[in-house]
Design a protein around this ligand. Sequence first.
Ligand SMILES: NC(=O)c1ccc[n+]([C@@H]2O[C@H](COP(=O)([O-])OP(=O)(O)OC[C@H]3O[C@@H](n4cnc5c(N)ncnc54)[C@H](O)[C@@H]3O)[C@@H](O)[C@H]2O)c1
Length: 261
Amino acid sequence: MAFSIDQFRLDGKVAVVTGAGGRGNSIGRAYALGLGKAGASVVVADLNAPGAQSVCDEILSAGGKAIAVGVDITKPDSVKNMANAARDAFGGVDILVNNAALMAELGYLPAVDIPLDQWNRILDVNLTGALNCAQAIVPLMRQRGGGKIVNQVSGGAFPAMSVYGISKLALVGLTTTLARQLGREKINVNAIAPGNTMSDAGKSLTPDESPFVKLLEATVAMRVRGQPDELVGTLLLLCSSAGDWITGQVMHVDGGWVLRP
Ligand SMILES: NC(=O)c1ccc[n+]([C@@H]2O[C@H](COP(=O)([O-])OP(=O)(O)OC[C@H]3O[C@@H](n4cnc5c(N)ncnc54)[C@H](O)[C@@H]3O)[C@@H](O)[C@H]2O)c1
């Protein structure tokens, strides 16, 4: 089939985006708006239900289709309700974006000192939450004859040097495992690893004068910081038929941070 630019369109597709409503300027919001602009019906899901409603309203005002759902991705029953809401509103699900995570709220505690309850909580949200969502939504994708899963990992996992990084590297493992196990069912599973992104959460973590930003400035090949919107093109590639032959990959969208020595 000859390539057509329309392969990037998502008309008639249904996308669930977790972590899409928590803060004003978030990556999940940019993802939800981008999927809506590409034509998808969007399920805007977040622990923060009013925040999800506000992003949903933005999509609706732009002429798109969306619903808002309050969800706790660590709770299988809550995730099941999210999947049911998507099915009831739009008839099924084609795209799952596992974007919700704990990041800015995590203090830096060395692994050797971190209390086990904090360790478990981080893995519960950042890793098991994505598995819960896949377990609830893959059956709906099977009914549609395929689907796309995109897991939001992080440049901070290459290599992992924090418990947060460990959780994101583990999510890379879930990505490749699901890719291998679901490929024959036409379900693509990939990951996006953003660099330092100026969402409200990202900004709060890395003030201009912080040692981390100085380190980035010394080592990153291109511009060291990006905006949430700069991740959306990669998301659309991975969620659309333009990316049908891509699976099990981590797309680094980070100005070349991953090349660091
Ligand atoms: N901003 C960055 O620099 C950066 C870099 C690399 C990766 N990331 C990743 O990108 C994603 C979005 O980051 P962001 O900067 O927009 O941060 P954010 O804090 O604004 O987004 C995370 C969202 O997840 C939601 N959430 C947390 N726990 C949840 C739960 N149990 N159930 C449902 N929702 C829950 C929060 O309410 C929030 O809306 C995260 O996965 C983050 O780890 C961010």
